[in-house]
Design a protein around this ligand. Structure first.
Ligand code: ADP
Length: 499
């Protein structure tokens, strides 16, 4: 199949979160399975043009009654299979993308002209295909910034040159929908009837993701449980009705992890590699982690690690909220050590500093460090992730791969990847709770710590069980090919019905 990925992020070029990893990893895996994959992203200011190749000629993009022009650069995605490389195209437009920031800056977190920027980008995707004379079978759009791709496909391009193509949209986090004033609609170059027919209407606003969800042939999100949760009022971020309406075409496919980078048998960022047959390296990582965090190097005190963005989604209020969060009492009451790496909301960063100064067994580092996150995954006994919601989550999968037992709230991808400890059989790969509140975090951490001190053989067995799990991208990529296949089947049916 020919697959075009339209995304606002892709590693190694532009990244603010898991979306960037997913787009590149999935593309590479699909290419390894033999599919022809091309990625289109904007050429942000931070992406240097020096190493990219320029495609001759300008790209004209129709935008709200006038044509705008952009340049196109291209590159081969690093890590591509030699025989079937993944080509990346960069849409270059000085006014829209020649500035700091992907969606915004600290001073302006959501650029005012984002609907216009990403409308231009989405429309340019089709113009690019014309320019390079390449008709994809699947237009695969990711999140709200590319949500107009399925809309343009359905209302403009499918009746035209791209009749043979189908579209898929992936929801990476329903919390972000691209909601803007409807005054921006005129820039999109669509008739006003489409505003209502495609479902842009969102009370008095314009919702880009909602229109994408109505227009795409198939929809998916990044874990089966999150797909179910998003159809409920509690987790649906007001789009649960749309997702219930589209439920026949909506499913969850778990993300994979990069098993070359996140693999204790090959990891160059930990003191010694280790694996199921020889776990000695894990003890070394623990000692190193304790040293770095200035904690006593005691091998037999359970060490709990946390790597996270400090935002409400991750349950940091219930964990660190001043006066009510459970981290304080966990560290005060239990014979454990706790280390954290993260950055985010200012109140939380402040509170973490305060806790570090008041508790001898709690240490926090504010910042972002890829290598320290590897050491935390390897050196901890438990990994705490009490997310309010989690579309997929990577850290719990990294933990399992490193023999570190996740302590998680049973939600989204966490529920799909971790198996709760069963005291009677000793089976499981982690410790789980249902309700997000300080006392359930306290109780579940207490349960894990109890098992560490009283059920040590079972803990060691659980570690090995987790390390055996297959979270490779290949498995997920095969599920995406099935989804694409269904999409094309659906398209064929629709055209037969029309004929
Ligand atoms: P989300 O994408 O919602 O933040 P995920 O668990 O899916 O959560 O992915 C988070 C990724 O970002 C992981 O790879 C995690 O290790 C990494 N990460 C988050 N915060 C930091 C940090 N402060 N330093 C290093 N890596 C971090």
């Amino acid at each position: 199949m020919k697959i075009l990925m339209a995304s606002s992020e892709a590693v190694p070029y532009a990244k603010t979160g898991g979306l960037a990893d997913m787009v590149s990893a999935l593309s590479l895996s699909l290419a390894k399975l033999g599919h022809e994959v091309r990625i289109v992203i904007p050429r942000y200011y931070s992406v240097s043009r020096d190493k990219l190749e320029f495609l001759e000629g300008a790209l004209g993009v129709p935008m709200g009654g006038q044509e705008e022009w952009s340049g196109v650069y291209t590159d081969i995605l690093p890590g591509s299979p030699a025989k079937n490389p993944v080509r990346v195209y960069f849409i270059d437009h000085e006014i829209y993308f020649g500035r700091d920031g992907i969606y915004g800056t600290p001073a302006e977190p959501d650029f005012l002209d984002n609907p216009r920027r990403f409308a231009f980008f989405s429309r340019a995707v089709f113009q690019l295909c014309r320019k390079i004379s390449w008709k994809p079978d699947i237009f695969h759009a990711h999140d709200w910034p590319a949500a107009l791709v399925p809309v343009y496909h359905k209302y403009i391009e499918r009746p035209g040159d791209f009749a043979g193509s189908a579209s898929v949209i992936t929801i990476h986090n329903l919390g972000y929908q691209g909601i803007y004033s409807r005054d921006n609609f005129s820039y999109l170059g669509l008739n006003w009837d489409v505003f209502y027919n495609a479902g842009f209407e969102d009370w008095s606003m314009m919702n880009l993701l909602k229109a994408g969800l109505y227009s795409a042939d198939k929809i998916n999100t990044v874990s089966p449980t999150y797909a179910e949760e998003t159809k409920t009022q509690v987790q649906g971020f007001r789009l649960d009705g749309v997702l219930r309406y589209r439920s026949g075409d909506y499913r969850g496919i778990l993300n994979g992890i990069d098993t070359d980078v996140w693999n204790p048998e090959k990891d160059t960022q930990i003191p010694a590699v280790y694996g199921i047959k020889n776990m000695a390296g894990k003890a070394k990582a623990k000692a190193e982690l304790q040293k770095i965090y200035n904690l006593p190097q005691t091998p037999d005190v359970p060490l709990i690690g946390i790597v996270t963005r400090l935002t409400d989604q991750k349950g940091v209020g219930e964990l660190f909220g001043p006066g009510y969060g459970s981290a304080w009492s966990i560290c005060r009451d239990m014979n454990i050590q706790m280390v954290l790496l993260g950055s985010g909301e200012a109140w939380c960063e402040y509170e973490l500093q305060s806790l570090s100064s008041r508790l001898s067994n709690f240490k926090a580092r504010i910042g972002y460090s890829e290598s320290l996150s590897h050491l935390i995954e390897a050196g901890s006994d438990f990994f705490l992730m009490p997310s309010r919601y989690e579309p997929c989550g990577l850290n719990q999968m990294y933990s399992l791969a490193y023999g570190t037992l996740p302590i998680v709230r049973s939600t989204g991808g966490l529920a799909d990847t971790v198996e709760n400890f069963n005291e009677d059989t000793g089976k499981g790969t982690g410790f789980m709770f249902d309700q997000l509140n300080p006392s359930s975090i306290y109780n579940t951490v207490g349960w894990a710590v109890w098992a560490y001190y009283n059920r040590r053989p079972q803990i060691e067995e659980m570690r090995l069980e987790g390390m055996k799990k297959d979270f490779s991208w290949e498995k997920s990529a095969r599920k995406y090919t099935e989804l694409y296949g269904e999409c094309l089947g659906k398209k064929a049916q629709a055209s037969k019905a029309q004929a």
